[in-house]
Design a protein around this ligand. Structure first.
Ligand code: DGJ
Length: 749
């Protein structure tokens, strides 16, 4: 009997092991209890500017959906029950709701904004609305929506800053671990936007060194499109963290149709994901989760970078103008100021200079009416590590006493005495293998144990995630500023990206990419606290770090190492979609061009450089007398109208993908404008193209005057014409020779 009982018990155990199930009739109470989510008041939350509205609705269950982004709608409360779906049947059930900030978990199964792994190994997060608050200051209304997961106590605040006049909404998320154990943020987007249209045309920007910001238009199909970078620093070398999205069309238009534009303010690895589902297009934007899962201790918060959004009903041109207006008002450091014209020593002298070379260049710059001289690479390092070429010296930021025994203050004072400001180049995040710094602090180099530390331009990257390196980099800037009290401008360069990533300092290697960028911003904040007035240019082998993250601290960028004026039409055109002309360092260089070998007329080079922040980057002695006269003339005229370049509204008239490139800037009151026209290829002298100007006041009469020439190319030169005439087909400058160019100044009577 005993044996039979034992066998029965053993059989029962095999059938219903102790790990959960009990025998029928003998069932243990199931411990799975569902946490109750408190009901809330159903409501619509409207985040709005003068012309753009972002609408959210909260249902009684506390689910926050996003159901509109675009034109302002009267009585938005009508959106209360709107699901934002092209079809309602089964949409929620099959995981395709228009969530405001979707998470991995619950019914949602598409690209998430947030993916969290908890200490118990589970991945589910379901966020519910707990409240929101609104505040307003200086033309910016900030709405913060609070969400919570009632099971794990994870909290998310979604922050939306609505810039009223600029029609820009800047958004980010703040993720707080309200639980008692650490959590792992696997994916943590700044912002998420579900968009409802029938067709989507994506415009984005790709490139390479000296080939930045190529414009790509791409119709999105039912799939995922990801734009990202994983190279850590110099992160915009291959892709820019920005885009435009034309709705309900497959045709790109400057002037017509609905366009959404977005730009992420982050100078490191980023990810923009366009996930087209059956119902809509979900856009998520944020830090790239690549090798960057972020452990959040109990009670800690993670603040994601800003995503800048705008919307236009007048094509891509207006979307760009909105972003530019925002950039001038708040997105760019000193964005409302006019930066000086300059002569940079790089292409004119490279590493080969002494004090006489520089003072001669300063004399020439002053003679041509330029306003600043910038001493580029080559002024530091000594002995075997002298910076006489790019193989040595980075990291050793002492004056090269063999090359410049007179000191930096001598050069800076010479410039000031001639009425010029003075600027100087540094590359503080880098170290060459051959340097005292490498010998002293090998542990500061980004590297991975046992692996080759690859060089690029003979240099390694310093680990800016390490606070000691942050102090060093700040110190480089600070000590450089102490070389003279006449330093007005710093060109901060960054000539390589991340390979074999790793940090001797980090305990958690997953933090490296994120904390590098955070470290970079910490240093820049310290610099701005101490040096609020100095003009800082962000250079990264040209335009490999062009984003609104660094621009919060920098006044301008070096748009490209490619100074070929024809190549620059394309590069600056691409840059103009997202970034204002005021930030584009745009220099006249010598011919044959040092990068391309191309020969273009000096006038073409000047006219093009004058579409941004004008500079020169050549040895002035290489110019003929005749060229010097033209240079003086172009610089003088630029200084008279450049406020239009810095503060006016940009209208792109003809894209350089065609045989012509034309653009114009119009003053805010529409009374003044400057028009640039470039012929890129000869076709026939009989073909005269008509430019339709834009942005003028149709009813005003403008006097049109061609600048920088004695042989005007338009029959109407010096005449007065209505804005209506100029915008609707009357303006046809005769520009047919290859690389012929013209600049017209318009002023209302
Ligand atoms: C790369 C920059 O883009 C150039 O303008 C110049 O500053 C060089 N570095 C100097 O090494």
């Amino acid at each position: 009997m005993m044996k039979r009982h034992f066998l029965l018990l053993a059989a029962a155990f095999l059938l219903f092991p102790a790990t959960g199930f009990s025998a029928p009739g003998n069932r243990k109470k199931d411990s799975h209890t569902v946490v109750t989510v408190p009901e809330v008041r159903a409501q619509v939350i409207s985040v709005e500017t003068d012309g753009v509205q972002w609408l959210f609705n909260v249902d009684k269950a506390g689910v926050l959906r996003c159901n509109h982004f675009g034109k302002k709608i009267a009585a938005p409360e009508q959106f209360l029950d709107f699901t934002g779906a092209r079809t309602r049947n089964g949409i929620e059930k099959y995981g395709d709701a228009a969530m405001a900030y979707p998470t991995v978990g619950g019914r949602y199964s598409n690209e998430p904004a947030l993916h969290v792994k908890y200490a118990d190994g589970y991945h589910n997060t379901e966020l519910y609305y707990t409240g929101h608050k609104v505040s307003a200051q200086d033309g910016v209304t900030t709405t913060t929506i609070f969400l919570k997961d009632y099971v794990t106590a994870l909290e998310v605040a979604l922050v939306y800053e609505a810039w009223q006049k600029e029609n820009v909404i800047v958004s980010h998320s703040e993720i707080t671990n309200g639980g008692k154990k650490p959590v792992e943020l696997i994916e943590y987007a700044s912002s998420f936007l579900p968009v409802l249209a029938d067709k989507y045309l994506l415009t984005h920007f790709w490139g390479h060194w000296a080939y930045e910001m190529n414009v790509e238009h791409e119709v999105l199909g039912y799939d995922k499109k990801v734009i990202e970078t994983r190279i850590g620093v110099s992160a915009t070398k291959l892709n820019n963290p920005a885009f435009l999205l034309s709705l309900d069309t497959e045709e790109y238009s400057e002037r017509h149709g609905e366009v959404i534009a977005g730009a992420l303010a982050w100078s490191g690895n980023f990810k923009l994901c366009f996930d087209r589902t059956i119902c809509r297009l979900n856009i998520s934007a944020g830090i790239n989760p690549f090798a960057s899962s972020y452990k959040l201790a109990a009670g800690d918060s993670f603040i994601t970078p800003d995503m800048i959004w705008t919307w236009s009903s007048n094509g891509a041109g207006q979307a760009s103008r909105n972003l530019h207006a925002w950039a001038r008002k708040g997105g760019v450091y000193g964005g409302d100021k006019i930066n000086p014209t300059l002569l940079n020593s790089w292409e004119g002298a490279y590493f080969n200079f002494n004090a006489k070379t520089l003072t001669d260049m300063i004399d020439d710059a002053a003679g041509m009416g330029l306003e600043m001289f910038v001493l580029d690479d080559g002024w530091f390092g000594n002995g075997e590590y002298a910076r006489d070429n790019d193989r040595a010296g980075l990291g050793d930021w002492e004056l090269n006493t063999a090359k410049l025994p007179e000191g930096i203050d001598y050069i800076a004072s010479y410039a000031h005495d001639k009425g010029l400001k003075f600027g100087i180049w540094i590359e503080p995040e880098m170290v060459t293998r051959k340097s005292n710094l490498t010998n002293a602090h090998p542990e500061w180099v980004v590297r991975s144990p046992g692996r080759e530390i690859y060089t690029s331009r003979y240099q390694w990257l310093l680990d800016l995630s390490n606070p000691a390196v942050q102090d060093f980099v700040f110190g480089v800037f600070d000590r450089t500023m102490q070389l003279s009290d006449k330093i007005d401008y710093i060109k901060w360069d960054c000539n390589r990206f991340v390979n074999s990533f790793g940090s001797d300092w980090q305990k958690d290697q997953d933090r490296f990419f994120v904390e590098y960028v955070q470290g970079y911003y910490k240093v820049l904040r310290r610099i701005r606290e101490k040096y609020p007035e100095v003009i800082i240019q962000c250079c990264s082998s040209g335009g490999s770090r062009v984003d609104y993250g660094q621009l919060a601290y920098h006044n301008e960028v070096w748009t490209s190492d490619n100074t070929d004026a024809v190549c620059r039409t394309r590069i600056q055109y691409g840059t103009s979609f997202i970034y204002p002309a005021s930030i584009m360092g745009s220099h006249v260089s010598i011919v044959p061009n040092h990068q391309s070998g191309a020969v273009t007329p000096l006038k073409f080079r000047f006219d093009l450089a004058c579409t941004g922040r004008l500079g020169m980057e050549l040895q002035p002695k290489d110019l003929s007398e005749e060229e010097r006269v033209l240079a003086d003339r172009c610089i003088q005229s630029y200084k008279q109208y450049r406020d239009l370049v810095f503060t006016g509204n940009l209208y792109r008239l003809v894209a350089p993908e065609e045989d012509r490139y034309a653009l114009m800037y119009v003053s805010q009151d529409k009374r003044r404008a400057v028009v640039y026209d470039f012929n890129l290829r000869y076709e026939s002298r009989d073909i005269i193209r008509t430019l339709r100007l834009d942005g003028l006041d149709a009813g005003l009469r403008y006097k049109v005057r061609e600048l920088n020439t004695d042989r005007p190319c338009w029959w109407g030169n010096e005449g007065c014409f209505t804005g209506d005439f100029l915008m609707n087909g009357g303006f046809n400058p005769r520009l047919y020779r290859t690389y012929a160019s013209a600049v017209f100044y318009l002023e209302a009577e």
